[in-house]
Design a protein around this ligand. Sequence first.
Ligand SMILES: Nc1ncnc2c1ncn2[C@@H]1O[C@H](COP(=O)(O)OP(=O)(O)OP(=O)(O)O)[C@@H](O)[C@H]1O
Length: 311
Amino acid sequence: MIDVRNVSRQYYSRTAVDNISFSVKPGEVVGFLGPNGAGKSTTMRMLTGYLPPTRGSIQVAGHDVLTDSIAARREIGYMPENVPLYTDMRIKEYLRFRGRLKGLSGKDLRVRVGDVMEQCGLTHVRRKMIGTLSRGYRQRVGLADSLIHQPKLLILDEPTNGLDPNQIRQVRDLIKSLSERHTVLLSTHILSEVEAVCDRVVIINEGKIKADDTPDNLVSNLRRAGTVFLEIKADPAKAEELLRQVPAVKQVTLQNSADGWHWFVIRAESGTDTRQNIARLCSAQGWDLRELGRKSANLEDVFVELTQRQF
Ligand SMILES: Nc1ncnc2c1ncn2[C@@H]1O[C@H](COP(=O)(O)OP(=O)(O)OP(=O)(O)O)[C@@H](O)[C@H]1O
């Protein structure tokens, strides 16, 4: 459904997207994850034909988004990060207007407007002015707009950004129900959203793709990478230095200090277990040891691991 090949995008001297390739198969729900400024919106704008890539090619449903732009856009429902809406129009009126712009008319238009209002839970508020709607309802109008021409592919840029927890749940349920009939690519930095709705995750950082896998595989790869946590009473700088020298240890991070106790997260090479050597080190140095264990990884750990240079 989406095929991105060696795509880069330059803004003057800044490379926002740097030679990325990925694909999305029909029926998949793919989460596009990355910290602020990673290149998510730039990629989505290129996918939807709003922004030409500096290099590379993008196909959507078999159409090149540059050379066959209209055909590609017919297959895409796009909800940008800040949904631009006409605040002095009523919901139904706005959706009729948008439907006409997308080539619908007559009975087709009437039926589609009714259907998308129903799908997005807008029927009971259809006569409300858009300007009086809460942010959650505005997002629903944005979604209804993106669905009106029955696109095969939905591209949603941070669909739950700025919503309260109840609204997030409602919009997330809505996306889940849409995923039964559409291929979905959604960008977010809310990890629970990805775990709740996505079959696959593409993680982007500093314009480059850092991972492309199922949420479960990403988490179990990190778990295999042997992350260990340790709580000790010791001089933290010295402890950090000596822990780094333990065989197979790749990275030592002091996460927390309180009452003289220091909490370290230690990353080691894949498939290794450094706990015995760390216990020996603590004993040889006479450090008080309160906890030493394997960390059960989650998607948040994967995200931090792959993108932490940003923070
Ligand atoms: N029109 C533009 N002109 C110049 N630089 C831009 C422009 N749009 C984006 N950038 C830069 O490109 C990089 C990627 O931006 P982009 O908006 O794609 O990131 P993002 O992952 O969507 O971030 P966020 O989660 O904050 O929306 C950033 O460094 C940003 O400052």
